[in-house]
Design a protein. Structure first.
Length: 234
């Protein structure tokens, strides 16, 4: 079983933490318990938001979580519950997810960039953009390996490379999409939000590569695929 469901409205979670907890913690707990009872491999997706975003070093799966907001707290509660079920599980933490579907940074930038000449984008939050399609491939590989080898149970990290700021991500989006829009980097303090974002979302993915032979994908290549898919939809 692969659980890709989540309450991901980070800002709204500050006012709806109970609802977010149901989706991000109670639901994975129930799934993990059912899978454990039947010895079914269970893969669930988590987030860099379980960390506080301090420092510059990439986060290891073994680093102590310290979420700074409701969303991160509910995702961490889900992780704890999955571990407590003592089944054949893998928790895959990822970051900055984008695709041709749903609401995400790439689609927002394309919409805004076509209407404006200049955009101010946060430049002091650093992370690895990750295509949803790459996450799906990783989850399938991990689930297959878990079915064959229960010693691979644990928490893992998976994100795109290279690590960039949101501003740099936007610049590459406009470059590939051939959108004439200038990006001005700003500090997070100039763009206040209800939920505080981690400044450091770098992920150490070496354990994932070593255990499952899954390399970090180049998000720039995946971005090209997403933009091509969006062109087909248009």
């Amino acid at each position: 079983m692969i659980n890709a469901a989540a309450y991901t409205a980070v800002d709204r979670a500050e006012d709806e933490e109970a609802v977010a907890h149901q989706v991000n913690a109670d639901a994975p707990a129930a799934m993990a318990q059912a899978c454990a009872a039947l010895d079914i491999p269970f893969v669930t997706i988590s987030t860099d938001y379980v960390f506080d975003g301090q420092g510059d070093d990439p986060w290891s799966p073994h680093d102590a979580p310290a979420p700074i907001g409701a969303y991160g707290r509910t995702k961490l509660a889900g992780e704890t519950a999955v571990c407590a079920a003592h089944g054949r599980f893998a928790i895959l933490r990822t970051s900055w997810v984008f695709s041709a579907h749903g609401n995400n940074f790439v689609k927002t930038m394309l919409r805004l960039g076509r209407d404006r000449d200049v955009l101010t984008i946060v430049g002091d939050q650093i992370g690895g953009p990750t295509a949803a399609a790459d996450i799906a491939v990783a989850c399938l590989k991990i689930a297959k390996d878990l079915a064959e080898n229960k010693t691979k149970v644990g928490s893992y990290h998976f994100s795109g490379t290279p690590d960039v700021s949101w501003a740099d991500f936007a610049i590459e989006i406009f470059k590939q999409a051939k959108v004439e829009c200038m990006v001005t980097p700003i500090p997070s303090s100039d763009y206040p939000t209800p939920a505080k974002r981690p400044a450091n979302s770098r992920m150490d993915c070496t354990t994932t590569t070593r255990t499952f032979e899954i390399a970090r994908p180049d998000w720039r290549v995946s971005l090209t695929d997403v933009l091509n898919e969006l062109e087909l939809e248009i």
